[in-house]
Design a protein around this ligand. Structure first.
Ligand code: GRF
Length: 216
């Protein structure tokens, strides 16, 4: 099958990126890491990409703390286009993307979030779930829309919150599931098995091998 060219945007540690790299290098998923872009010069994500022989580009963030200026966003588009990216995977990317960018890549930007959305969107979701007293939390892969963690849900995995947990032990248990379901969601996209109907994301059953990796 023709590989899906994925561009990852990451600001930090890059463990989800690593999970995608590992599974694509093992040939478990039909994904080719086309490029990794980061707003943080010394992000571990960039190092992980380079270590795996993946193009890694730092794009200086500009003047704002979470927003990106239009000229900076244009640089992201430039790099994504230059590397022939078909799907953008946000993996701990700490910047807000604007409408123009979201519209350009509508239906082609996904994110991983460390809670069972719609519970606990936003920052420190694991701590939010822990402090709320939730008995279950988990991880969600979703399409990105203009809201904060509000786009249609592709895959979720639940994890129990144990009595002896701390926010850190809970986060570690959730992270294991993130590393499992993010590559899995990208594989579903690579196989063209994902259909969005309103807010619902429907997953078609696997079909026989497609000719030339065609996607609906
Ligand atoms: C993950 O917990 C992810 O769910 C959230 O940001 C964190 C990124 O971690 N969006 P890493 O950089 O992939 O290790």
């Amino acid at each position: 099958m023709k590989k899906l060219r994925v561009g990852v945007l990451a600001s930090g540690r890059g463990s989800n990126l690593q999970a995608i790299i590992d599974r694509s290098l093992r040939g478990d998923i039909d994904v080719e890491l086309a490029v990794v872009l980061s707003d943080v010069a010394d992000a571990e994500a960039l190092e992980r990409a380079r270590a795996a022989g993946v193009s890694a580009v730092h794009i200086p963030p500009g003047r704002f703390k979470t927003k990106l200026e239009p000229e900076i966003e244009a640089r992201y588009v430039e790099e994504l286009e230059r590397h022939g990216v078909e799907v953008i995977a946000l993996a701990g990317f700490m910047r807000i993307l604007h409408d123009e960018f979201l519209e350009r890549y509508a239906g082609r930007i996904v994110n991983i979030h460390p809670s069972l959305l719609p519970s606990f969107p936003g920052l420190r979701a694991q701590k939010q779930a822990f402090e709320y007293g939730a008995k279950w939390s988990g991880a969600t892969v979703h399409f990105v829309d203009a809201g904060v963690d509000t786009g249609p849900i592709i895959l979720q995995a639940a994890v129990p919150v144990r009595d002896d947990d701390t926010p850190d032990t809970l986060a570690a248990r959730i992270l294991e599931e993130e590393h499992r379901i993010y590559p899995e969601a990208l594989q579903l996209l690579a196989e063209g098995r994902i259909r969005v109907e309103g807010r619902r994301v429907l997953i078609d059953p696997p079909s026989g091998p497609r000719k030339g990796g065609e996607r609906p």
